[in-house]
Design a protein around this ligand. Structure first.
Ligand code: MG
Length: 504
């Protein structure tokens, strides 16, 4: 093997290992760390973060990339190198090129301002006090704008922000996709609003949490996620984190009175976890062993949570067992009624609780406001009012408080502008992959009904998971489906599903 590649792989491996150490500290902080551990934990994380940054931008990496023929016009380096090495070089170069442009001063300032802003945001949300948060948000936006300028962009500053979460994607493509998606979603929501409403009251009664957890663990293991390479714990906000190629952990959050929250949370995170556990062995402990973009990651969680987990075949398989565990709640509820209840559509204020039809409209709202903030046409003080009017336009409802509106999400306090679009794009990718999967697996419904989840999983592993970062999102969707991302797959999926559920 080329000695420069060998050395670059060693250096990259150290970065990956440190990232996993950092994830372990983060996982512990969200699950078992005693409250007072936070101050030193923050210092530990900052120290490791600094070490990782130094390693990523080390002059040795810059020199090795140059020796290997990597440049903007040849991001994969010398064309004679093996394909795996060329894919590796593109990923290392992309990371190096971004980070080397950010001075340590800005990275430190952003980290300090966002941890402050996050604390103020949490209090402001609790107390419905947007004015307390506003000056912090202004500072975070100013620093993020500076970051975008330093990172450089082709068309608009938002490109540089989006690129952090959705590598290589352009704002203009997102705009075009959302411009097609929004009227179609609005129209479907309107038709559902005029249909007879679904009664899901029986879901909102007490379900013992220990039984919820036991059921969740059965589903996890059936879906192919087991304790030999994973864990399930509880945290305030569900997440998935990778501590190693064979150690990917999930968390969920149970509600005493709404068992679907914990269960669908588990299935969602399981989708993320299966992706992280599915990278090819040859990618392990390298930067290629990662999700290729936030939207592709979200496509995997949404696929299992919504397309499989809220489908009729899935519940034909599980419902009898669910009823036997919760006879007092469900013995009078026929399967069809249960299936309709877990798919109830209703415009609501909180994004994380939204159904799969209105969800995209929550994202489009945030995308529009982020674009206005970064193009300078919207100021922070006018943000709550813009939120309310845009919510009225898109969802037909306007929140009475900022806690239920502009203050509901943590992302902006963290400076994560450009993240939201990936949630909606994830749904679109999931539906398009699903259409391709159905062509390859004509008996998919019977496999699901029989609980043979290894059938769709094997397909996902081979076509999507195994590739890791070797394929960009755009390359992946073209390879798997033969086409670029097209929102009409998602709309067709929703139309087919909700036509029967709502009889529209
Ligand atoms: Mg997710």
């Amino acid at each position: 093997m080329n000695p420069s590649i060998t050395r670059l792989r060693e250096l990259d491996r150290e970065i990956v290992l440190l990232n996993h150490v950092s994830s372990l500290l983060g996982w512990d902080q969200e699950t078992y760390m005693p409250e007072k551990g936070i101050d030193e934990r923050a210092e530990q994380l900052a120290l490791i973060g600094g070490m990782i940054h130094e390693k990523i931008v080390s002059p040795e990496i810059g020199r090795l990339l140059e020796e290997l023929g990597v440049s903007d016009s040849e991001p994969k380096g010398n064309p004679e190198l093996p394909e795996l090495d060329r894919d590796f070089l593109r990923a290392v170069y992309r990371r190096y090129r971004r980070e080397v442009r950010l001075p340590t001063r800005l990275v430190t300032e952003l980290s300090r301002e966002t941890s402050l802003a996050q604390a103020v945001w949490a209090k402001a949300r609790k107390e419905n006090d947007f004015p307390a948060f506003a000056p912090h948000l202004e500072r975070v936006i100013a620093l993020t704008r500076e970051k975008a300028e330093l990172l450089e962009y082709e068309d608009e500053p938002y490109d540089a922000l989006l690129d952090e979460f959705e590598p290589w994607m352009k704002t203009a493509s997102v705009r075009e996709i959302f411009d097609r998606l929004q009227p179609a979603l609005t129209d479907l929501v309107e038709r559902i609003r005029n249909a007879s409403p679904i009664d899901d009251a029986f879901l909102h009664i007490p379900f013992p949490v220990e039984l919820q957890e036991a059921f969740g663990r059965i589903v996890l293991s059936d879906l192919g996620y087991g304790p030999e390479r994973g864990r399930l714990d509880v945290s305030a906000h569900p997440f998935t984190t990778t501590l190693g190629g064979d150690d990917v952990r999930l968390t969920t959050n149970y509600s005493e009175t709404l068992f679907t929250k914990g269960l669908f949370g588990i299935i969602h995170e399981c989708g993320h976890g299966l992706y992280e556990l599915g990278f090819a062995d040859e990618l392990k402990q390298s930067t290629l062993a990662d999700g290729t973009s936030c939207a592709i990651h979200e496509s995997q969680s949404r696929f299992w949570e919504n397309i499989i987990g809220r489908s009729l075949p899935f519940w034909r398989h599980y419902y009898p067992r669910l009823v036997s565990r919760f006879p007092e709640n469900l013995s009078d509820v026929p399967l069809e009624r249960f299936y309709r209840a877990v798919n109830k559509v209703e415009p609501s204020f909180i994004r994380t609780e939204a159904d799969e039809v209105t969800y995209g409209l929550h994202i489009i709202l945030r995308f529009r406001l982020e674009l206005e903030l970064f193009s300078g046409t919207l100021s922070v003080k006018d943000l709550p009012e813009r939120w309310r009017s845009e919510s009225q336009t898109l969802l037909g409802i306007s929140p009475a408080t900022d806690s239920e509106g502009v203050l509901q999400d943590i992302h902006w306090s963290l400076g994560a502008f450009g993240y939201f679009p990936t949630y909606a794009l994830g749904n679109l990718y999931a539906a398009q992959f699903y259409a391709a999967m159905r062509k390859d697996l004509p008996d998919l419904d019977s496999s699901i009904e029989a609980g043979e989840f290894h059938v769709p999983l094997a397909w996902l592993r081979k076509r999507i998971h195994a590739w890791g970062v070797r394929r960009t999102a755009e390359e992946l969707v073209r390879e798997v489906t033969g086409e670029p991302l097209d929102p009409s797959y998602f709309m067709r999926y929703l139309e087919d599903k909700y036509r029967t559920i709502y009889d529209i």
